[in-house]
Design a protein around this ligand. Structure first.
Ligand code: MG
Length: 159
C-alpha cells in the first residue's frame, strides 16, 4: 500500500452583503466571500488537496472560473467530483486535516456541521476530517476582516 499527500490553499476577499459559506455550511455573518462559485474557501482548498494527492492538477483545471456553468456553484459539487476522480485512480481518502483562518466569525462552534457536510460530499466518515480554526491576530487583510483563508492536507492511500 502506498500513501500520497496533497496540499491545498485558498483565500477569498470578504465583502458585505454576500453569504458566508464555509465547509458547505452557511454561517450567520454580515460579510461573505467574493468569488465565481459560492466562494467556500475550505471546500476549494480541500478540493485542491485531493487533486494534488491524486496527481490531477488543481481546481482551476477541472472547474474554470471562466465557465458560466460554475457561477454561484455549490462547492460541494466540486468535492463530489474530486472524490469521483480519486476513486477512479483507485485511491482512498485516509485523512483530511485543515486550518481555516478568519478574524470573525467564530468558526469552531460550526465545525461539527461542517465535518458532516464535507464527509457527506466525500462519502467518508466525519472522523476522517479534522478542522482547526485560527485568527490572524489582527494582522494583514485576514486580521482586518477583509479575507478568509484555508489550508488543507489530504492523505490518500492506494487500494
Ligand atoms: Mg476559491
Amino acid at each position: 500500500m502506498s500513501t500520497r499527500c496533497g496540499i491545498g490553499y485558498d483565500l477569498h476577499r470578504l465583502e458585505e452583503g454576500r453569504k458566508l459559506i464555509v465547509g458547505g455550511i452557511e454561517l450567520p455573518f454580515d460579510k461573505g466571500p467574493v468569488g465565481h462559485s459560492d466562494g467556500d474557501v475550505l471546500a476549494h482548498a480541500l478540493c485542491d488537496a485531493l487533486l494534488g494527492a491524486a496527481g490531477l492538477g488543481d481546481i482551476g483545471t477541472h472547474f474554470p472560473d471562466t465557465d458560466p456553468k460554475w457561477k454561484g456553484a455549490n462547492s460541494m459539487l466540486f468535492l463530489e467530483h474530486a472524490r469521483k476522480l480519486v476513486d477512479e485512480k483507485r485511491l482512498a481518502i485516509e485523512h483530511i486535516d485543515a486550518v481555516v483562518i478568519a478574524e470573525k466569525p467564530k468558526l469552531g462552534p460550526h465545525f461539527p456541521k461542517m465535518r458532516g457536510a464535507l464527509a457527506k460530499a466525500l462519502s467518508v466518515g466525519p472522523e476522517k476530517i479534522n478542522l482547526k480554526a485560527k485568527t490572524n491576530e489582527g494582522v494583514d487583510a485576514i486580521g482586518r476582516g477583509g479575507a478568509i483563508a484555508a489550508y488543507v492536507i489530504a492523505t490518500l492511500t492506494s487500494r
